[in-house]
Ligand binder design. Structure first.
Ligand code: ADP
Ligand code: ZN
Length: 635
């Protein structure tokens, strides 16, 4: 009964609202129209329209300005202008509309006409957004009034339930691998949930909120569940993005509801994923700013409100902790912050081993090697890799997941699926020599570069072929020797093309190599201070989140020196590669032939071909030493 009454009232509101909206729009249009005509008395407005029969020349806006005197007539419709020059040439141009421009044109004697007849699309284009905006404003007012009385927000809440997953998870810390330090830190929370009274008796200030920050897939949700599982308490999970909506007041109501639920079930864990969606710094000015601010305030109120002994722990997760409003991080709120990094080599190994239990993995598989080849993978990525590997094993008809399946899965995740691109025979041949060049030089520099894992001419993603390296360990830095060896390896693909096919047959296929090499050289010289010529000055620095910020703006002179130095490093790397490959033409040819025959060669097979069983390692070492000495001498 009450509901019905409410509805009636609201539809009456709607009619009134629409009426007011239309009225406002009409008034607005009239006012705009009138003032628009009055303020430009010197513009001759005629209805004549330029008929374009032959193709008009296209002028830029500045052309039009510059040649104002040459213009006989011009017709303007929005940003498009059509006209005739005094010599009879027709022209068209895209102009920036401004009254002064029109005045200037007519002063120079041009006949200016403005075509203001509106097409249907134009009418809709101007009116619809206005009507829409006003409707939304009404909607918001309704929301506010409802929020005050409480009735409406409850109705809205019923219509837009918060998505909460709940239950007592069976997840424990044993399901989380590779992040032992973080687990250790969170153990305290588990202790508190288990023995609230002990904490209380000692008067210890107990945590209320924990902020887990880290990239997606690093196990934040998993950890939160594991805390609940370890402590054997209920787990409520929602996402911050669920709280922001266009309906003002709903977020606040949802927060209230969620905390009520948590209080009824305490002790418990309340997990809010993507908390940055609510807790963003209150500075940006977006449309639903006000709403978000209210929601955030409500969250702060709730977090301040519950007494410590209730035993609610709020766990927030975000991958942008820097975006959070500092009010959220104050004591008594999210005062524990745990940063979860992407797993390191040992961590990846542990995570792979943990998840591998779910799959039938061949005993030959070296998960450690998989871990080595997956720098930068998150826990979720690794799980996905195992799953992709298993899928591939099924397709390939293997009895268990083999190393090749996991390799394939990794390549697919990193580079995209295999391509069945038809390539011309000579393209395939050139690719084989290109990759053979990379492979040969990287074996020569085996001591300073990552060991070669495989070379292939099977196209994948945008790559026509590739040589992969497997780092022995996670790299945190590179020596100058490594940098220069890597540059030579990168340049060896193109070098090989030149040597075996001639300078006039080189291809664009080396694009990625050149790009990588240039970036590495630039970074080493401008940021890492590896160049004696430029010295220990940061000319440019790459800031967090990949955005390039210029810390020290370089003088023109320095910039020129940097450019010259980068070029000299790259030229040197290229020359080195050419020298090595020219000296060993026979072996490189053999390597390319094998690639053409077998498409993919493992690191072992490549070494076998290049070194031919002989121990030429010392030789390679000598070469590198000589080269480095030369570099240093060049200062
Ligand atoms: P986030 O919440 O950080 O985005 P999730 O917790 O949702 O990441 O992780 C997704 C999945 O990835 C988990 O369910 C788990 O299977 C796997 N995973 C991620 N990190 C780990 C880890 N450290 N140990 C074991 N599994 C992990
Ligand atoms: Zn290449």
């Amino acid at each position: 009964m009450r509901k019905k009454m409410f509805k009636k009232g609201s539809s009456a509101n709607w009619f009134l609202g629409l009426f007011v909206v239309l009225f406002l729009v009409v008034v607005a249009r009239t006012v705009i129209g009138v003032s628009g005509n009055d303020s430009k008395p010197d513009v001759v407005a005629t209805e004549q329209q330029v008929v374009v029969s032959e193709k008009p020349v296209v002028l830029t806006f500045s052309d039009v300005l510059r040649r104002a005197e040459d213009i006989k007539s011009i017709n303007i419709r929005d940003k498009d202008a059509n006209g005739v020059l005094k010599d009879g040439t027709k022209f068209k141009a895209v102009i920036s509309y401004d009254p002064e421009f029109l005045t200037k044109l007519s002063e120079k004697g041009a006949v200016v006409s403005i075509d203001s007849s509106q097409s249907w699309v134009d009418v809709l284009g101007t009116w619809l957004p206005i009507i829409f905006t006003l409707l939304i404003v009404f909607w918001i007012f309704r929301g506010l009034r409802g929020g005050a009385s409480g009735g409406l927000s409850r109705t809205l809440l019923a219509q837009n339930p918060t998505k909460v997953t709940t239950g007592k998870p069976k997840t424990t810390f044993a399901d989380v691998a590779g992040i032992d330090a973080e687990k250790q830190e969170l153990m305290e929370i588990v202790e508190f949930l288990k023995n609230k009274d002990k904490f209380k008796a000692l008067g210890a200030r107990v945590p209320r909120g924990v902020l887990l920050s880290g990239e997606p897939g690093t196990g934040k949700t998993l950890l939160a569940r594991a805390i609940a599982g370890e402590a054997n308490v209920p787990f409520f999970a929602t996402s911050g993005s669920d709280f922001s909506g266009i309906i003002v007041g709903l977020g606040v109501a949802k927060i209230k509801e969620m905390f009520e639920m948590a209080k009824r079930n305490a002790p418990c864990i309340l997990f809010i994923d993507e908390i940055d969606a609510i807790g963003q710094k209150r500075s940006s000015h977006s449309f639903n700013d006000q709403d978000r601010e209210q929601t955030l305030n409500q969250l702060l109120i709730e977090m301040d409100g519950f007494a410590n002994e209730t035993g609610i722990i709020v766990i927030g997760a975000t991958n942008r902790p820097d975006m959070l409003d500092t009010a959220l991080l104050r004591p008594g709120r999210f005062d524990r912050q745990v940063q979860i990094e992407l797993p390191d080599l040992a961590g990846r190994d542990a995570i792979l081993n943990l998840h591998a239990k779910k799959f039938k993995i061949s005993p030959d598989v070296q998960l450690k090697d998989v871990a080595r080849g997956t720098t930068g993978f998150s826990g979720a990525d690794l799980e996905n890799l195992l799953n992709e590997g298993a899928l591939h094993a099924v397709r390939a008809g293997h009895k268990s997941v083999e190393q090749s399946d996991l390799d394939e899965a990794r390549d697919k995740i990193l580079m995209g699926p295999k391509k069945n691109r038809k390539m011309r025979a000579e393209d395939i041949k050139l690719t084989a020599y290109h990759e053979a060049g990379h492979a040969f030089v990287s074996v020569i520099y085996a001591d300073v570069t990552d060991p070669i894992h495989k070379a292939t001419i099977v196209p994948r993603g945008r790559a026509l072929g590739m040589v992969q390296h497997l780092p022995v360990d996670d790299k945190v830095s590179m020596t100058i020797q490594e940098v220069r060896a890597n540059l030579a390896v990168a340049m060896a693909g193109r070098a090989s093309e030149e040597i075996f096919f001639g300078a006039d047959k080189i291809t664009t296929g080396a694009e990625a190599d050149i790009d990588m090499a240039t970036r590495l050289a630039r970074y080493s010289i401008t940021t890492a201070g590896l160049s004696p010529k430029i010295g220990l000055a940061a000319v440019k620095q790459v800031a967090a989140f990949g955005m390039r910020t210029q810390l020290e703006s370089a003088s023109e002179q320095t910039a020129q020196m940097v450019d010259a130095e980068i070029r000299s490093w790259l030229d040197k790397a290229h020359a080195d590669a050419v020298k090595i490959l020219t000296k060993n033409k026979k072996t490189v040819e053999k390597l390319a032939d094998e690639l053409l025959k077998r498409e993919t060669l493992t690191g072992e097979e490549i070494k076998e071909i290049v070194l031919g069983g002989k121990k030429s390692k010392p030789e390679a070492k000598k070469m590198v030493k000589k080269r480095v000495k030369k570099t240093n001498a060049k200062k």
